[in-house]
Design a protein around this ligand. Structure first.
Ligand code: SF4
Length: 442
């Protein structure tokens, strides 16, 4: 029998791109392909690119070059795929270029490069698909595209307007994942709180019940599956308030990832941000009254065109007053094709860097103060990794998303395994992490 063809994959970019890679792999695996962890063993290499910032484009072009040097047979997909000319001008030897979410086109390009070999033993694929994240957590993509038009962003021109998945399709996928051992579902999209708008909130049947494609109902149904449910890319629209009540009930993790990007009304206006309401601070305070455990993660852009020192100081005060638990910060970078590039009032690079440093200092202080409040508490920890030589395990609390947030460093970690959920008492904290000791099970 012929050897199963082997595919290499380089996945760049955000969790949304990771989900695309997983879908491509799942389809190919179902068709009998296997995968190679290195360039040498692969018959062809797929590079899933990111094209969001110019720095990400450069990284993607470098990755394509590396794959060509190391292997020679390369198929390009993902966000940068919309710039086929740029890719082909830089790397004329690539075999095919496809854009984001063109799963079929990628798979066809793979077929053209290395035809599939049918083998019923190899064609089997686990029902939950193949994932690139560890078994115990999984990203759940609920929609593609975005109806907003933020002036610094080209995602809508790459990915189009919002297209939500039917709610039953999302729920069945989530259920399969949980049955296969997933303990944490990370809900992702470009604008999670807008879920279902394009479907006019149409219902679909989940185990015979009509469920509307709405943010609240989706969150509630996911919460009933028994895994941690973490919500990313939420905007502070009024209907988010009801989901905070689900957090207080323990159905959904008390965690919100809201990319606020700024706090000054004039900068937010120039950014054309959705849900740009003056009352956001009041809303956050009322959320914290409903769910005192709530942790908020956010990202901010400093040095946006027209940002004055006054705007920036307003942002620093706002981060402190809102008590943003987890902060990411970027210096404004013009993205080819974005409207913000034409705005007046460019901020010099050294001012951007200085503001970035000042913001991160404030963010660290806020984070450290909020984490210090957890010392002495008994918390649930999901273990990601163990280091037996040090008798230490690395896990996360309900307030930490993988990859982007802090961790919980567990001492006395003998007998602990990745994927385990356990109780631990917090003994110390620093700027980003908690330190804890497992509580012996009865
Ligand atoms: S909400 Fe704004 S930043 Fe986010 S994807 Fe949509 S347009 Fe881009």
């Amino acid at each position: 029998m012929a050897r199963a063809p082997k595919i290499g994959l380089v996945s760049l970019g955000c969790p949304k791109a990771l989900v695309d890679s997983e879908r491509i792999l799942t389809t190919l695996r179902a068709q009998g392909y296997t995968f190679s962890p290195d360039y040498d063993g692969a018959d062809v290499v797929i590079v899933n690119t990111c094209g969001f910032l110019d720095s990400a484009k450069a990284e993607s072009l470098d990755a394509i070059g590396e794959a060509l040097n190391e292997n020679g047979r390369v198929i390009v997909t993902g966000c940068l795929g919309v710039e086929e000319k740029l890719i082909r001008d830089t790397h004329p030897k690539v075999l095919a270029v496809t854009g984001p979410h063109q799963y079929e086109a990628v798979v066809n390009a793979v077929h053209a490069a290395v035809p599939p070999v049918h083998d019923p033993k190899l064609d089997l694929v686990p029902p939950q698909g193949l994932r690139l994240t560890p078994r115990h957590y999984a990203y759940l993509k609920i929609s593609e595209g975005c109806n907003n038009r933020c002036s610094f962003c080209i995602i809508p021109s790459i990915r189009g307007d919002l297209v939500s998945r039917p709610v039953a399709s999302v729920l069945y996928e989530a259920e399969r994942l949980v049955k296969a051992g997933t303990k944490e579902l990370l809900v992702i999209s470009q604008d999670t709180s807008a879920y279902g708008v394009d479907l006019k909130y149409a219902t679909s049947k989940f185990h015979g019940r009509d469920v509307p494609a709405k943010f609240y109902e989706l969150s509630k149904e996911l919460g009933d599956l028994g895994a941690w449910v973490r919500l990313h890319y939420v905007y502070p629209y009024p209907h988010v308030d009801a989901v905070i009540a689900l957090m207080a009930e323990g159905k959904v993790l008390p965690y919100l990832d809201i990319p606020f990007q700024h706090a000054s009304p004039s900068v937010l206006k120039a950014m054309r941000r959705p849900a740009n309401q003056e009352k956001t601070l009041d809303r956050i305070k009322s959320w914290r009254r409903t769910c005192p455990e709530l942790a908020i993660r956010s990202t901010f852009i400093v040095g946006f065109p027209g940002e004055t020192e006054e705007d920036f100081e307003m942002l620093l005060d706002w981060i402190e007053e809102a008590g943003i638990d987890r902060t990411g910060c970027f210096e404004f970078e013009p993205v080819g094709g974005a409207k913000a590039n034409d705005l007046p009032g460019a901020v010099p690079d050294e001012v951007k860097t200085e503001r970035w440093e000042r913001l991160m200092e404030v963010a660290r202080d806020v984070s450290a103060a909020r984490l210090a409040q957890k010392v002495g508490q008994t918390i649930e920890v999901l273990v990601d990794d163990v280091r037996p030589a040090d008798n230490v395990a690395i896990g996360r609390s309900k307030w930490d998303a993988p990859e982007v947030d802090g961790t919980v460093i567990l001492s006395d970690a003998g007998g602990i395994a990745p994927g385990q959920m356990l109780s631990a008492i917090v003994t110390d904290s620093d700027e980003y992490d908690l330190y804890a000791r497992p509580v012996a099970a009865n």
